[in-house]
Design a binder for this molecule. Sequence first.
Ligand code: UD1
Length: 314
Amino acid sequence: MASYLVTGGAGFIGSHVVDELCSRGERVRVVDSLVTGRRENLAHLTDVELMVGDLAAPDVADEVTRDVDFVVHLAAIPSVPRSVAEPVTTNHANVTGTLRLFEAARRNQVKRVVFASSSSVYGNSPTLPKHEGMPANPLSPYALQKLIGEQYARLYLELHGLDTVSVRYFNVFGPRQDPSSAYSGVISLFAKCLTEGQAPTIYGDGEQTRDFTYVKNVVDGTLRACHAPDAAGRVMNVSCGDRVSLNRLYTLMREYAGGGQDPEYTAPRVGDVRDSQADVSLARELLGYEPLVSLADGLAPTMDWYKSQTVHTA
Ligand code: UD1
């Protein structure tokens, strides 16, 4: 049995990582500020040690990284538009929190840290699919903060021998993704509108594309990244490797829902990337990664979950 620290483990992706680790019988500690994470996401698990704290605050990272073998670092304030509106707050959480974590992991001799980065670091590039050899071109503070995290990961390996791997997620979706804020992921917002009979908003013409990735795929890729022998110091895409427009996505979701209002179109969002699709060959090569669940197959359990939440809270 190995011991894992999952930062942001009470959040959407984090709680799925924790679920998988628990089902494998591993020892799991979670640190979460509970700003966007929720205790309820872990309520069904009995053997998880939950420490409530902000990694950007002094001493928290040091305490939580004691006696752990592997760290999956997911804690962050997500959302491209939120980072445009709140660059200082998000920088503190996403950059200072990450730096404090690497520093503590080095001091406490963690075996490997897997850092959750983002497809947003690519920005707008003429070539699709996007591969790791392409230059980064961050278009928002969020993208820049994730790129800095990757660079710190590399630097900590070079300077201090801390084993780090960065995985770039592409538009992850699934049960437990919180739809309650205007900054929430688009699939969660569409699902909420469909279950409540409201019209969703589409920014721009809806022909922008994304590589929507069901959460089980990134859980698998991330846990592979904890152990893959040749992955140290590397950065790799973890996603489905496909892309779909927002208009097509909403049509698909409407079909699952068996109805739904027409979308309302409004101006494109500042900092938005036009097209996004990953080349996952590096993750295939280094991690033995293969996407497990397609967009279509992931939408069904996702929609069911949002429906069950509406019934709960009605
Ligand atoms: C970006 C990153 C992603 C990262 C995420 C963190 C890219 C390509 N992806 O996602 O890797 O994990 O930030 O938050 O940069 N939209 C609507 N209506 C809505 C909400 C969104 O039309 O109500 C549109 C957005 O304008 C965007 C698309 O849907 O074009 C996806 O938006 P969102 O789900 O917020 O994710 P990204 O910003 O693409």
